[in-house]
Design a protein around this ligand. Sequence first.
Ligand code: MSP
Length: 517
Amino acid sequence: MTGCPSYYVTTPIYYVNDKPHIGHAYTTLAADVLARFKRLDGYDVMFLTGTDEHGQKIERSAEKAGIDPQTFCDQVSAHFKDLAEAMNFSNDQFIRTTEDRHKKAVQHLWKALEDKGFIYEDSYAGWYSVRDEAFYAESELIDGEGGEKLAPTGAPVEWVEEPSFFFKLSAFEEKLLTLYDNDPDFVLPKSRLNEVRSFVAGGLEDLSISRTTFKWGVPVPGKDGHIMYVWIDALANYLTAVGYPDVDAEAYKKFWPANVHIVGKDILRFHAVYWPAFLMAADLPLPKRIFAHGWWTNEGQKISKSLGNVIDPYDLVESYGLDATRFFMLREVPFGNDGDFSRKSFVLRCNADLANGLGNLSQRTLSMIHKNCDEKLPAPLDFSKEDNDLLSNIEGTLEVVRGHMDRQAFHLALDAIWTQASAADTYISVQEPWKLKKTDPERMNTVLYVLAEAIRQIAILAQPIMPASVDKLLSQLGVTERGFDQIGAAGRLQPGQAIPKPEGVFPRFELPEEGEA
Ligand code: MSP
C-alpha cells in the first residue's frame, strides 16, 4: 500500500461503567462514515475505537456489581465490541486500556514527560468528580438543589487530599494559544474553539496526574502507590494503537499524527487542551483536528438513566433497520450541534429521503428497465443537454462532498448527495420515460440509461452512510467497482447488463401514534 495517502480517525474510548447508548453509537458512526469515505477515496485508513477501562469510576462500578475489575471490564467491553458489529462499524482496531501494549505505551509517555522536566511531585487538595473523572476549581462549582456542591456538569464532587504528581500544564498557556491562532481549524466547530481559547486564556493551573487512594489503573513508573490519572492513561490510547513507543513502527510512521479525533463536546477540554500539551511536552507531533459534536436529547429531554429515557441503539435498529438509523443520525442534525431525537422526525426524515427519495427513484427506474427493455440495461443514443447536465452535476458532487467531509460536515455532504437524487427525480418527471415507450423508444432507452447511471453514482457516493442498503442497490445494477474513482465516465454502466426485477431497498415507516414514545 505504499504511495497511498493515509488517514487516521479515532473515537473516544468509552467508559465501561455502563452499556452503550445512542451517544456512543453516534460518535463512532461519525468516525465510521469518515473512514469509509476515505477508503473509497483511495486512502489507507486507520479507524480506531475502544474502551477506557481504568479509574475510580470503573473500580466503583465493579465493586457495586460484586466482581473484580478486570472481569467487569471484560464483560462490558464486550458489549461495545458487539455494538460495533451491530452498527456495521468498520473499525480497524478496538483498543482496551487494560491491554499490556497500552500500559507500556502510557508508562513510556509518562517517562518522556518526566525526562523533559514537566512532572513534579506534590500533593493535591481539591474537588474531584468521579463521574466526570475530572478535577474542578472551587470557582467552577455550582450549588445543587439541596445546597450541595456540584461540578458544572451537575455531577457530584468530593474533596480529595492526597500525594500526587503534577504535570506543568501552566507552562503551555502561550503555546496552546499560539496553536489555536495558527490553526483555527484545530478545533471544529469554530464556536468550540472560542470556548477552548477562552478557557486557556483564563489561565491554566498545573494538572494532578496521579492518584494514591485507589488502585485500578496503570502504575506510575518508579513510584509505588501512585497510579496514573485516568485521562493521561486514556488519551495515550491514540498513540498506543499505532505502535508507540516504537516511533519507527510502520503504523506510527504512516498514521501519526492522527487526522481527526472525534469527541463529544463534554470531553473537548481534555482533547484540545491537555492532550496537545502532553504531546508538546513529549515532543510528539499534534493531531490535526479535534472535532466536538453535540449531544442528543430524547423528545426534548436530557437523556439520563434516572429519567429512564436512554435511547438504546439496538431498539432503533430493530424498529427501523440499521441503515435508516445511520442515515437519520447524521442527516437530521448538523454535526456539531445538539439534536433532539423523536420518532416522528425519524419517520418523516427517512420516509422523505429514503423511501420516497432515493428508494422510489431507483425502484421506478429499475422496474421500467426490467419491464420495457427486455430485463437488460438499454444502450443510449446521443446524450441531450439535460442528460449531460444531470450526469455532470452528479460527477461534480464528489468534490463538494470531499470538501464537506474534510470538515466533518456530514449533514452538508448528505444534503449535496440528496440534492442530486432530487435532480434525478425532476429529470424523470420532465422526461416522462413511461410516455416515450410508444412515441420514441430510442429516447426512452437513453433516458433510462441516464437514470441508471445517475443512480449508480449517487449510490457510490452514499456507500459510507448506508453500506448495506447501497450494496444491495449497486448489486441490482450489477456494479462491482465501487470506489470513487468510478464516479463519472470512468465507471459507466455497460448496456446489455442484466437488470433483474428490483427489490425495494428502503422501507416506508408508519408515523408513531400521538403520545407514543
Ligand atoms: N472515557 C472517556 C473518553 C476518553 S477518550 C480518550 C469518556 N467516555 S464516555 O463513555 O463517557 O463518553 C464517550 C462519548 O459519548 C463522548 O464523546 C460523549 O460526548 C458521548 N455521549 C454521551 N452521551 C451523549 C449524548 N446524549 N449525545 C451524544 N453523545 C453523547 O468520556
